[in-house]
Design a binder for this molecule. Structure first.
Ligand code: SAM
Length: 349
């Protein structure tokens, strides 16, 4: 059993480490540091730039809530755009809706797609190869700004606002999304850990309120995102889509053949919009600010640098030949992102 511990490095004030019983793949791609490893409790884990993206144990929570909340709210969504989400989990859930004719997935990093298919094919299943799917390797900011297609639903399955994902949390990007939505369509994004870092949720809510008639944050509990409630945020110009009752939601699920889910139910869907009092106040404040023209989004503050590693005491025994060889091998594939790409920001989750 390996004793390597892989840390989430992007939090300013805390660090969570997961034991890697086996590192399956580790590489610095053109865009980010990617590591996939096995953990006896969480299953297979994908980490990008020091941030846990998913584990095979609980990926269904986030993927179901990202896909089914906006899609079940819409009458008959047929065209869906997913920005990011190269692991294919959101796409898998989207394609469960038989009314969806076409789902475009725009991912910046081909390696996320390739390694997902190789190391945890149970997440994308056949979604990435489906005749209803179109996979585009491109920057989502550029793609959405330039597309002349319209989508009933846009799901932004981004990472945290650091590295290549930072632009996917900007007003410029969300304004392009609005332009690429059919009238009354829905836009959904993730908003990090709501209770610990409410500024992310507040910033996106201000932007959404400045662009759309309605912004509606909702929450789920995603165990692998350590720190409590996880926020998502929905924006639309059709306020009625948020008033669909449980019977109609259940009917839609049946009619579309969406079955055997592990997290989403009509009751969970409706309950997800009920925020704890403190978050509700944040939300009301941000909605009012956004409507009044404050569209300032969330920008991560730089996190303090990690303390320099202590040098080994001189009297330590010399390394064995095997240990030397192992050190050399790891050095070829950086176990941590290079200084430039290492997240230095204050966390939002
Ligand atoms: N469900 C997980 C979560 O939220 O933590 C997974 C998120 S998914 C893996 C995030 C994806 O967004 C990554 O594969 C990353 O490469 C992609 N991404 C980051 N910046 C992007 C950009 N500008 N355009 C398109 N995709 C981007």
């Amino acid at each position: 059993m390996s004793d390597r511990w892989i840390e989430e490095t992007f939090h300013a004030d805390w660090r969570v480490a997961l034991r890697a019983s086996k590192v399956l793949h580790e590489v610095k791609t053109d865009h980010q540091h990617l590591v996939i490893f096995e953990n006896p409790s969480w299953g297979t884990v994908l980490m990008l730039d020091g941030v846990v993206q998913l584990t095979t144990k609980d990926e269904h929570v986030y993927h179901e809530m990202m896909a089914h909340v906006p899609l079940m709210a819409l009458d008959r969504p047929s065209k869906v755009l997913i920005v990011g989400g190269g692991d294919g989990g959101v796409l898998r859930e989207v394609l469960k809706h038989t009314c969806v004719d076409k789902a475009v997935l725009v991912e910046i990093d081909r390696e996320v797609i390739d390694t997902s298919l190789q190391y945890f094919p149970q997440i994308p299943q056949q979604a990435l190869e489906s005749a209803r799917s179109e996979v585009v390797i491109a920057d989502g900011l550029k793609y959405v700004a330039e597309t002349d297609e319209l989508f009933d639903c846009i799901i932004v399955d981004s990472s945290e606002p650091i590295g290549p994902s930072a632009v996917l949390h900007s007003k410029e990007f969300f304004a392009s999304c609005r332009r690429a939505l059919t009238p009354g369509g829905a836009l959904v994004t993730q908003n990090g850990l709501a209770q610990l870092f409410p500024d992310h949720l507040a910033g996106t809510t201000r932007i959404f309120a400045s662009l759309f008639k309605r912004a509606a944050p909702y929450i789920c509990h995603q165990p692998c995102y350590f720190g409590g409630l996880f926020a998502l945020n929905l924006a639309t110009d059709d306020k009625s889509i948020l008033g669909i009752g449980p019977k109609k939601l259940a009917k839609r699920a049946r009619k579309r053949g969406v079955a055997d889910l592990k997290y989403w139910t009509p009751a969970v869907h409706l309950g997800a919009f009920a925020l704890p009092a403190e978050l509700q106040r944040t939300l009301e404040h941000s909605l009012a600010a956004g409507k009044a023209g404050d569209d300032s989004g969330y920008v991560m503050a730089p996190a303090p640098k990690a303390p320099a590693k202590k040098t080994a005491p001189k009297k330590q025994a010399p390394k064995s030949p095997e240990k030397k060889a192992a050190t050399k091998k790891t050095a070829a594939i950086p176990s941590k992102p290079a200084a430039k790409s290492q997240p230095k920001s204050k966390t939002s989750r």
